[in-house]
Design a binder for this molecule. Structure first.
Ligand code: SAM
Length: 302
């Protein structure tokens, strides 16, 4: 367990307690916006688990998405050398400036993370850091776009430790063969090794969300686990395979290559060692990679 300034019992500085959170909210007359996924963490033990999973130190940087009133930001500030936090809600900016005033190495950026130039932010905020992690209690209405943006932009980041809806964490970490395995599992596992750090009950937040949550760590891979000559094509095949989950791979891929080539497609699947009647959810990343290369070689897809 990481030691931090607050210690096990906490101090008056800890934001993540029900009393302090309520005090800050009352003082600033803040009201929660459900549409922005505003569920603030009030459980110090969960914060410890998140921060421990991020393995920060003073040489490292941390990007937080959605700092809220700064409960996690404060802990990141105690552990990391540089912290940047992007918050969309302008009502929270003065609160963050006040609660984070003891930490000059923290910068708060007002904006929508999905519209933020992250490469520029990296260059401006994390120069000289040995590693950078994204650490956040994500707004659930945009979890997948945020995670995919972070991965697809190929930012120099080492790990992502995020609180997400429990079902989403399970989908990210799912192995082939079950109902949770799909395009999100494959996209995440192409770039990262996922592990679920802990499951978090709704009582750890104010206001309590209607769903259980989980902290998941995505450790960025040095290189993808499969070789593909064109990533966009690989993901097009993956998406096509899951267009209608109950349909066979053969039927779903026929919609991609054209119905007139359905017979040829069956032969190609067999030649790749994949029975045409299998469903997308049973295929490993390697099988998808083999298939997308074979489809391209056969001139069946661009
Ligand atoms: N980090 C705080 C905590 O753990 O208590 C708050 C987490 S709350 C689940 C999500 C936060 O993300 C809110 O502060 C919300 O205003 C912010 N947010 C929502 N959409 C955002 C976006 N597109 N870009 C940046 N911040 C966003």
């Amino acid at each position: 367990m990481t030691k931090h300034a607050g210690g096990a019992g906490g101090t008056a500085m800890d934001i993540a307690t029900p009393t302090r959170t309520k005090d800050i909210i009352r003082k600033h007359g803040f009201t929660f916006k459900k549409s922005l996924g505003q569920n603030f963490l009030i459980d110090k033990n969960i914060l410890d688990k998140i921060v421990d999973a991020a393995a920060l130190n003073k040489d490292k940087g941390a990007l937080e998405i959605g700092p809220g009133i700064g409960a996690l930001t404060e802990r990141l500030a105690q552990e990391a050398g540089k912290v940047a936090a992007v918050e969309i809600d302008n009502r929270l900016i003065p609160i963050l400036e006040e609660v984070l005033s003891p930490y000059p190495h923290v910068s708060v950026v007002h904006g929508d993370v999905l519209k933020t130039d992250l490469a520029k932010l990296w260059a401006e905020r994390f120069a000289g850091c040995s590693e950078v992690s994204v650490v956040a209690n994500l707004p659930y209405y945009v979890t997948t776009p945020i995670v995919m943006t972070l991965l697809e932009q190929k930012l120099p980041l080492d790990r992502i430790v995020v609180m997400v809806q429990k079902e989403v964490a399970e989908r990210m970490a799912a192995k082939p063969g079950g109902k949770d395995y799909g395009t999100l599992s494959i996209a995440v596992q192409y770039y990262c090794v996922p592990d679920i750090v802990c499951v978090v009950p709704s009582g750890a937040f104010i206001p309590a969300p209607n769903v259980d949550s989980a902290v998941i760590r995505l450790t960025k891979r040095e290189a993808p686990p499969v070789e593909v000559s064109d990533e966009a094509r690989f993901f097009r095949v993956v998406h096509a395979a899951f267009t209608q989950r109950r349909k066979t791979l053969h039927n779903n891929l026929a919609a991609l290559v054209g119905k007139e080539r359905k017979g040829e497609l069956a032969g190609l699947l067999e030649a790749c060692g994949v029975k045409p009647e299998r469903r997308g959810e049973t295929l490993s990343l390697q099988e998808f990679a083999t298939l997308s290369e074979a489809l391209a070689t056969a001139g069946m897809i661009e």
